[in-house]
Ligand binder design. Structure first.
Ligand SMILES: Cc1ncc(COP(=O)(O)O)c(C=O)c1O
Length: 386
C-alpha cells in the first residue's frame, strides 16, 4: 500500500536542518532557541523533592491544583486580573500543546485561519490537520508592522481564528495596545476567536510593557492565551506550559487536551508550583537579564558588517548581512556554518512567500562566554568576507 501523507510538504524543520549542519561542520549553534546555562538550583531541588515525596502518579487532567493556583497568582501580578484556576487555566505540554489543542478546539474543515509571517512553524500544520487552511499575511522587514486594513480585506465568512504572537519569534517585534485595539475592531461582531501566543511575555526591552490579550477587556472574552514555563524558567526541556481562556473556551480546549496528552508530568508541576510559591517574583528580572545579553551581543557585532537589527523582545536577535552579500539567507546561513563555524536560523522558512531580505536569527539565551565566542567568530568572518 502506498501511504498517503496528510502533510506531504511538511519536511524537517529549519531548526533540525541547521542543528544537523552545525554538528556536521563542528559549528557553534546559536540559532536554536534554548539556554546553554543551568536552571535555578532551587527549582532543580524542588523537582527532586517532589519525586521523593511520591508525586509520581497521574496529575489531574486540567493540571495540578497547586500549580494552577500559582499561575493564577502570577497572572494577577502581571495583568491585574483574577483568572479562575478551576475554569480558566489548563496546564499543557509546553506552549506547543496549548497551541495545538486550541486550534483543534476551534477550527473545523473548510475554515480559514489568519497567521502573520514570519510565523512560528507550529501553527500551520495544526491548522491543516484540522482540515482548515491558513491565510498568511506577510509582515515586511525590517519593521514587520501590521497593516490592519489588509487584515480586514483578508477576512471572510470562513475566517474562524486569528493567531497572533507577541513578542514575536522570529521578528523580535512586539504588538502595541493599539494593535490589539485594531484587531478587536476587525473581528467585532464576527464569529472569530483569537489564539495569542505569548510565550515571551516577560522578555521585552527598553522599558516596553507587554500588551497581553488578557489585559484587553474585549479580546480576552474570545482568546486563548498561551504561555510557557520553558521560556520563563529557562527550562525548555521540562515541557510545561499553560493556556488561559474563558470557561466555555477552556471546556472545549480540555476536551482535546484530555485525549492528546491527558495530563502533564506530576513532579514537574509540583516543583514549579512550590518554586513559584517560595519565590513569587522569580520571573520578574527576565527582561533585564536578556536585555543585558542582547546588548552584549549587539555591542560586539555593531560595525562588523553583520548589523544587529534593534530587537524589542524575545530571546532572539536579528542580524542583517546585506553589507557582506546578496546571497539568499539559506545559502548565506550555510556559508556561515562552513566558514565562520556558527549556526544561525534564516528567516525565509518562516514565510509562505519570503520577501527579499538578508536577515538571520541568533539566540541570545546563551552564556556570555558563548555569545562572546560567537561574536568573535562572526567578526573575523565578516572581516574576511568584506
Ligand atoms: C513563538 C513560540 N511559540 C511557542 C513556542 C513553544 O513553546 P514550548 O517550548 O513551551 O512548547 C516557542 C518555542 O520556541 C516559540 O518560539
Amino acid at each position: 500500500m502506498r501511504f498517503d501523507s496528510k502533510l506531504p510538504d511538511v519536511g524537517t524543520t529549519i531548526f533540525t536542518v541547521m542543528s544537523r549542519r552545525a554538528l556536521e561542520e563542528n559549528a557553534l549553534n546559536i540559532g536554536q532557541g534554548f539556554p546553554d546555562y543551568p536552571i535555578d538550583p532551587r527549582l532543580a531541588d524542588a523537582l527532586v523533592t517532589a519525586v521523593a515525596d511520591g508525586r509520581n502518579q497521574y496529575a489531574p487532567m486540567e493540571g495540578a491544583s497547586e500549580l494552577r493556583e500559582q499561575i493564577s497568582r502570577k497572572l494577577a501580578a502581571s495583568y491585574q486580573r483574577h483568572f479562575d484556576p478551576q475554569s480558566e487555566i489548563t496546564v499543557t505540554c509546553g506552549g506547543t500543546e496549548a497551541l495545538y489543542d486550541a486550534i483543534q478546539a476551534v477550527v473545523r474543515p473548510g475554515d480559514e485561519v489568519i497567521i502573520f509571517d514570519p510565523a512560528y512553524d507550529a501553527y500551520e500544520p495544526a491548522v491543516r490537520l484540522a482540515g482548515a487552511r491558513c491565510a498568511r499575511i506577510a509582515l515586511q522587514p525590517p519593521a514587520f508592522r501590521f497593516d490592519w486594513d489588509e487584515v480586514k480585506r483578508r477576512l471572510s465568512e470562513r475566517t474562524r481564528l486569528i493567531i497572533i504572537n507577541s513578542p514575536q519569534n522570529p521578528s523580535c517585534t512586539v504588538m502595541s495596545r493599539e494593535d490589539l485595539d485594531a484587531l478587536a475592531a476587525c473581528i467585532r461582531n464576527r464569529p472569530i476567536s483569537v489564539l495569542a501566543d505569548e510565550v515571551y511575555e516577560h522578555v521585552l526591552f527598553d522599558g516596553r510593557q507587554h500588551a497581553s490579550v488578557l489585559a484587553h477587556p474585549e479580546l480576552r472574552e474570545r482568546s486563548y492565551a498561551v504561555f510557557s514555563f520553558g521560556k520563563t524558567l529557562h527550562a525548555t526541556g521540562w515541557r510545561v506550559g499553560y493556556c488561559v481562556a474563558p470557561p466555555d473556551m477552556t471546556l472545549e480546549l480540555r476536551k482535546v487536551h484530555q485525549f492528546n496528552t491527558f495530563s502533564i508530568a506530576s513532579p514537574l508541576q509540583l516543583a514549579i508550583a512550590r518554586y513559584l510559591e517560595a519565590y513569587p517574583d522569580a520571573w520578574q528580572g527576565l527582561s533585564a537579564f536578556f536585555e543585558a545579553k542582547r546588548d552584549l551581543l549587539t555591542g560586539l557585532l555593531r560595525g562588523s558588517g553583520l548589523e544587529p537589527v534593534p530587537a524589542a523582545g524575545t530571546y532572539f536577535q536579528l542580524v542583517d548581512y546585506g553589507a557582506l552579500s546578496r546571497d539568499d539567507d539559506m545559502k548565506f546561513a550555510d556559508r556561515l556554518i562552513r566558514e565562520a563555524k556558527i549556526a544561525t536560523i534564516p528567516l525565509s522558512p518562516f514565510y509562505a512567500n519570503p520577501p527579499r531580505m538578508t536577515l538571520l536569527r541568533l539566540c541570545i539565551a546563551k552564556r556570555d562566554a558563548t555569545l562572546e565566542t560567537a561574536a568573535h567568530r562572526l567578526r573575523a568572518f565578516a572581516q574576511r568576507a568584506a
